[in-house]
Design a protein around this ligand. Structure first.
Ligand code: PMP
Length: 366
C-alpha cells in the first residue's frame, strides 16, 4: 500500500508505532494470556495499565499535585452537562456561568449549560464569522460567576487561544474551564491557570470513548443532587476513576500514546513540531489566492486548518484528486463547508509536505 495521510478531525490518526504495539499485544497482553479488552478493570493487570497512564499524563502535562486526573466517558458534549452539574453548586442558585463564544463547540456548550444555570455570553466573535478570540479587555464578565468557559481550540472553525486570559480579578477568582478536546498535549500548558481542563480523547490522544477531566481539588464536592453518581467528579476521584467500569481499552491505547509522546521528547518537542507543521501549511495558504482562509493570523489553530477553494465548484474534484494521492478526510465540517486539514501530534511533517505539494499541483493544473 502506498503512503496514506489521514487528516480527519477525529477520530483521527494515531501513531503507527502505537497501533503496531496494540496489534502485537491484542491476543496476549504481556504474557497474561488475555487481551486488555478481556481483563477485569479491578484486576492487577489493568490496574497497572491505568496507574501508568495516569502517571505518564501527569508527567507530560506537569500536572500539579492539587489537581486530579479523571478518566470518564460521555465525550466533550457529555461534559457540557457534567461540568455545570459539578460546578454551579458552588454558588447560590441560580448561578451564572460566563462563556466566551468563539465557534461551534463553545456554542454547543452554551446551549447545554442553559439547562443548569443563567448563561452570560461575555464575548462572541459570531458577528465576524468566528475569525478569532475577542480581546479579553472587551469581555463583559459577571462579577461572581460559577466559572468561565472557553473552548481553547475550536475544531470546526480553526480558532486557537495562544494565550491564557487573566480575568480572575474581574470575576471574583472564578475558575477557567477549558475545552481542550482538539489540542490537549499539542502544546505546553500551565495547568495551574485553569480550574478544569477537559476533552474527548479521539483527536490527539487515542480512541473515542475516553474523556479526560483535569480538575483542581477544591472544585470537587459541589455536585448538584441531580448529577448522576457516575459523573460526580468527587465520586469518580475518590474511586480513582473506577467508580464504574472505565473505558478500559481506550485507556490502554491512550497510555500507549502517552509513552510514545515521552519517546518523542514530550509535549515541548511536540509543540515545536506542531509549530513547524502549521507554519508550512499556513505559509503556503498565504502565498496563493487559489485558496482562502478566514481566521485572523494570530488566532489560527495549529491543529485544525480550515480553508476554502476560491472557486468552490472545484471542491469535489479537489477531494477526489487528494484521495488519489493518499490524502484522506480533508472535507470540512458540514456546518461550514470547504476543506479542513487536521494535523494532530501523530501527523508527521511529511504528511503536511505531501498536502502542500498536492495543493500546489492542483492549483497549477486548474
Ligand atoms: N469539543 C470540541 C472542541 C470538539 O472538537 C468536539 C468533537 N469534535 C467536542 C467538544 C464533542 O466531543 P464528543 O463528540 O466527544 O462529545
Amino acid at each position: 500500500m502506498s503512503v496514506i495521510y489521514n487528516f480527519s478531525a477525529g477520530p483521527a490518526v494515531l501513531p503507527k508505532e502505537v497501533l503496531q504495539q496494540a496489534a502485537d499485544e491484542m491476543l496476549d497482553w504481556h504474557g497474561s494470556g488475555m487481551s486488555v479488552m478481556e481483563m477485569s478493570h479491578r484486576g492487577p493487570e489493568f490496574m497497572s495499565i491505568l496507574a501508568q497512564a495516569q502517571a505518564d499524563l501527569r508527567e507530560l502535562l506537569q500536572i500539579p499535585d492539587n489537581y486530579k486526573t479523571l478518566f470518564l466517558q460521555g465525550g466533550g458534549l457529555g461534559e457540557n452537562a457534567i461540568i455545570p452539574m459539578n460546578l454551579v453548586g458552588r454558588k447560590a442558585q441560580p448561578a451564572t456561568i460566563d462563556f466566551i463564544h468563539t465557534g461551534s463547540w463553545s456554542g454547543k456548550s452554551i446551549k447545554e449549560a442553559k439547562k443548569y444555570g443563567t448563561v452570560n455570553v461575555a464575548a462572541s466573535s459570531e458577528s465576524t464569522g468566528f475569525d478569532g478570540v475577542p480581546d479579553p479587555s472587551t469581555w463583559n464578565l459577571s462579577a461572581d460567576p460559577a466559572y468561565v468557559h472557553l473552548c481553547t481550540n475550536e475544531t470546526i472553525d480553526g480558532v486557537e487561544y495562544h494565550f491564557v486570559p487573566e480575568i480572575a480579578d474581574r470575576t471574583n477568582g472564578a475558575p477557567l474551564v477549558a475545552d481542550m478536546s482538539s489540542h490537549i498535549l499539542s502544546r505546553q500548558i500551565d495547568v495551574s491557570r485553569y480550574g478544569v481542563i477537559f476533552g474527548g480523547a479521539q483527536k490527539n490522544i487515542g480512541p473515542a470513548g475516553l474523556t479526560l477531566v483535569i480538575v483542581r481539588e477544591d472544585l470537587l464536592g459541589h455536585a448538584l443532587p441531580i448529577c448522576p453518581s457516575a459523573f460526580d467528579w468527587k465520586n469518580v476521584s475518590d474511586n480513582d476513576s473506577m467508580y464504574n467500569t472505565p473505558p478500559t481499552y481506550s485507556i490502554y491505547i491512550a497510555g500507549l500514546v502517552f509513552q510514545w509522546l515521552k519517546r518523542q521528547g514530550g509535549v515541548a518537542a511536540m509543540e515545536r513540531a506542531n509549530i513547524a507543521k502549521a507554519q508550512l501549511l499556513y505559509d503556503y495558504l498565504d502565498s496563493t489566492d487559489f485558496y482562502v482562509t478566514k481566521v485572523a493570523p494570530q488566532f489560527r489553530s495549529r491543529m485544525n486548518v480550515p480553508f476554502y477553494l476560491r472557486d468552490e465548484s472545484q471542491n469535489a474534484a479537489f477531494l477526489s484528486a487528494a484521495k488519489e494521492r493518499g490524502l484522506l478526510q480533508l472535507k470540512g465540517h458540514k456546518s461550514v463547508g470547504g476543506m479542513r486539514a487536521s494535523i494532530y501530534n501523530a501527523m508527521p511533517i511529511e504528511g503536511v509536505q505531501a498536502l502542500v505539494e498536492f495543493m500546489r499541483d492542483f492549483a497549477n493544473a486548474s
